[in-house]
Design a protein around this ligand. Sequence first.
Ligand code: UD1
Length: 382
Amino acid sequence: MPTNPTLGPILCIVGARPNLMKMAPLLRALAAEPALPPAMLLHTGQHYDHALNGQLFADLALPVPDINLEVGSGSHAVQTAEIMKRFEPVLDQHRPCCVVVVGDVNSTIACGLVAAKKDVPVVHVEAGLRSFDRAMPEEINRVLTDQISDLLYTTERSAHANLAREGIPAERVEFVGNLMIDSLMAALPKAVPVARILDAAGVSTPSVQAGRYGVVTLHRPSNVDRPEDLGAVLAILDRVSAILPIIWPVHPRTRAKIAEFGLESRISAERIVLLPPQGYLEMVGLMKDAAFVLTDSGGIQEETTALGVPCLTLRENTERPITVEQGTNTLVPRDETVVLAAVREIVERGGKRGRAPEYWDGQAAPRIARHLRGWLQGRGRV
Ligand code: UD1
């Protein structure tokens, strides 16, 4: 089929840290798939710190973005509106054959919405996940992005029932597996050992040995934005760290809240190692040798399932139920007794081992590239 000369590149959007692990393998697969137009990478600038952004570009071998909207931080309304304002002229200029958005961050809905209104096909990767908790900003982003997408790629089969319930025709939805696991598998041989990470951070903790520590990550508003919630979390971590030492790479949002609420003194310096946000190869190294991970991240629930490392998710719900049903994930409330019992179970009996879900096999990106080629060709868009 001849290439349509009036249609431009596949415009791929990233904005926040978890987008980068998904886009890196996809860009490589799109470049390797014959007869596809070139991919162009646009960064909204939602995340801009070196630790949340630049370092990961290097770790994931991502190319420098062709375009950076440099929106920075702001309230949800300001950030989303600013991305939309700055994205519209880019879309007019480049006339992409489609826009690819990933995940559930503000950049995902902002760019998707602009494209949909301009009649540019929206392709959503990681579609159909639902926590059924509208208090999560990401849940709003997920539901709305899926409604305006023309093609929806899913990571687990539960997503198909969610999308069907919301009236999205099945022919728009394709099960392809999980790009996050493509990146994880590529990174594993290069993972940085925990001893090297602690050395580099200037931390001398002989008590931390491979297999004998927990990793913590927390950044959800529901855990960190109110002093009483964050205080309760710190009290739990204090008790957990009496069982095993903890390594905690602290998200900038969480670090700011700890300082704002004056909670620094509640963190035991001997048993809890606070680190700045880590690079991707460091994070994979920390997780793979951990006894357990305690988190509220979405991506880490998936990565620990793929690694076979027990994960305690400090949330009331998960949009990734397969990690609980088949993987190593357990939801735990912000309740000291429950969390401590779960940690003891892991330390004494090894915890959940689970298995890798269907299509979490490192091949999601080539699957998407192949399918997207057929889809675009079928619509005369390449
Ligand atoms: C965003 C995503 C969340 C994702 C997370 C991963 C939304 C609604 N949320 O949350 O789904 O799990 O990224 O990190 O899109 N900040 C910095 N440096 C940066 C970026 C942010 O210090 O490079 C600070 C700022 O104070 C900012 C705060 O972190 O106000 C929150 O950043 P934001 O992008 O709004 O949300 P995240 O909490 O990072």
